[in-house]
Design a protein around this ligand. Structure first.
Ligand code: GLU
Length: 504
């Protein structure tokens, strides 16, 4: 299947935040490139001036870098086919639009936006296509002299592709197999706009050709554009160089009905963007997976499983494993349902698997942002190791770790009170003096001492562990209580027992 050098491109338009579907497209491109020792290119498709959003390109770069999907060629690092920003390639596209005019496969159209608007309103299902073009103001209908005059007078025009009548256009999609379109259903898309900028259709074909793109993974929503692109490849005489396409399945809403949108995230309370995105126009902040406490490894792993599996039960994959195991054959044709609970499961698993030293800087920052000073990073490392399998999101480290650094803000006295009695008071008072006499305050030693004392005082150890835990952490959570005590050390343990006894 792969016979030319693998070169793939991720070609986002900088129009806003990066939806997770976009990151998955980038990921599949990347995995395929790396698996074949090829190149992963970032091309910024910014030819639509109306939809251009300041800051969106940098945001895309930041997202890719957070995910570890480093482009081999991009507007930032450059490369042999620079520039990689389409707005900087304007002159190139005009040249090809003119070639298409010269070969009769494209034509000038002078209809004003108002005229077209009126037609759309008055004519049901109006399209600028082979059924209507003959009645419109273009170089197919106007005499050549008039066309030349309009151009000389600098009347605004667009250049449109001339789609042939009654033909079938077929191609083999790497995921969907054989796909056929009827040209009578395809409209004469604009190739070059009145502002001299190309549309996506012209730019994508010209750039995929010039940048020697071998395979193009893109969202299923681009499938209807394929016939226009194929015609352009043909008309420009490049058909043999056309990349192989793989149109990726949609990512669906959690209930499976329709494509997952930004609105669904807001409505149902989960992120759909890779990173926080602030819409400067509306002032609305769309939350990102990163800021909500996802590890990039987990995010990538989760995305890879949206529409792909390796054919076994394995769900956890490192990026290196994904590169090794990825295969187009195992991408499903059907849309993949988004499941936020599953995304969190991946994150919890990745937090467990990630080395404490790698988690440490981020946890330190989370705690420091909450006002907890970290003076001893070795101590923090031990805390992280102890609690990391209880954290689902990175932010959970605050709740799980705070009491190792400061007295609990609240003690759940109500949970101790009902079964509290003088025997228990006696137990904890004796416990304090026993702790004072301990040389080795290790978990096992504490446990042995604790249980022996309980037996001596004829109280079930099980009835004492919950109060002990609440005294130390404030509530019914956290790892093994003797591990906590040992980590806190004798002074803090005693102090917290005393504090709680006073309140009871
Ligand atoms: N610029 C298009 C987008 O925003 C790229 C589609 C393609 O990959 O061909 O998704």
């Amino acid at each position: 299947m792969v016979n030319k050098k693998v070169r793939v491109r991720f070609a986002p338009s900088p129009t806003g935040g990066l939806h997770l579907g976009g990151v998955r497209t980038a990921l599949f491109n990347y995995l395929f490139a790396k698996q074949h020792g090829g190149e992963f290119i970032l091309r910024v498709e910014d030819t639509d001036q109306n939809r251009f959003v300041e800051g969106a390109e940098q945001y895309i770069l930041d997202c890719l870098s957070w995910c570890g999907l480093t482009p081999d060629e991009s507007p930032v690092v450059g490369g042999p086919y620079a520039p990689y920003r389409q707005s900087e390639r304007k002159a190139i596209y005009r040249e090809y639009a003119e070639k298409l005019l010269a070969s009769g496969n494209a034509y000038y159209a002078f209809d004003t936006p108002e005229e077209l608007e009126k037609l759309r309103k008055d004519t049901p299902n109006f399209q600028y296509n082979l059924f209507y073009r003959d009645g419109l103001k273009n170089s197919l209908t106007l005499p050549p002299a008039e066309v030349a005059q309009l151009i000389a007078d600098q009347k605004p025009y667009v250049i449109r592709i001339k789609v042939p009548a009654d033909e079938k256009i077929s191609f083999t999609d790497l995921i969907r197999g054989h796909v056929t379109f009827e040209t009578n259903q395809v409209d004469d898309k604009v190739l070059l706009k009145a502002d001299g900028m190309p549309t996506y259709h012209l730019a994508v074909v010209v750039d995929d050709y010039l940048m020697k793109i071998s395979h193009a993974f893109r969202g299923e929503e681009w499938l209807p554009s394929a016939p226009v692109h194929i015609l352009l490849w043909e008309y420009l005489d490049w058909k043999n160089e056309m990349p192989q396409w793989a149109h990726l399945p949609l990512i669906l809403k959690p209930d499976g009905h329709g494509k997952l949108s930004k609105r669904d995230g807001i409505r149902l309370g989960f992120p759909v963007y890779a990173m926080n995105w602030l819409d400067v126009k509306t002032g609305e902040l769309a939350p990102g997976f990163k800021e909500l406490g996802f590890l990039p490894e987990a995010f990538i792993n989760f995305l890879a499983t949206l529409g792909w599996n390796d054919g076994t039960d394995q769900e956890l994959f490192t990026l290196a494993e994904l590169i090794e195991k990825f295969s187009i054959e195992r991408i499903s044709k059907a849309g993949a349902k988004f499941d936020y609970e599953k995304a969190k499961w991946f994150n919890a698993e990745w937090i467990k698997r990630t080395d404490t030293n790698i988690l440490l800087p981020q946890v330190k920052e989370i705690l420091e942002n909450k006002g907890i000073a970290i003076n001893d990073t070795n101590y923090l490392a031990s805390v992280i190791t102890l609690i990391k399998d209880r954290c689902i999101l990175m932010e959970d480290f605050y709740q799980q770790a705070a009491y190792f650094f400061q007295n609990p803000a609240l003690i759940d006295i109500a949970a101790i009170k009902p079964k509290w009695n003088t025997e228990k008071i006696h137990f904890f008072e004796t416990l304090i003096s026993k702790i004072k006499g301990m040389d080795d305050f290790a978990p096992l030693e504490i446990e042995t001492m604790f249980k022996a004392l309980a037996e001596e005082l004829a109280i079930k150890a099980g009835d004492l562990m919950l109060p002990f835990r609440i005294m130390l952490v404030g509530g019914k959570f956290g790892p093994h209580v003797f591990d906590i005590a040992s980590m806190l050390g004798t002074n803090a343990t005693i102090g917290r027992i005393e504090n709680t006894l006073k309140e009871l």
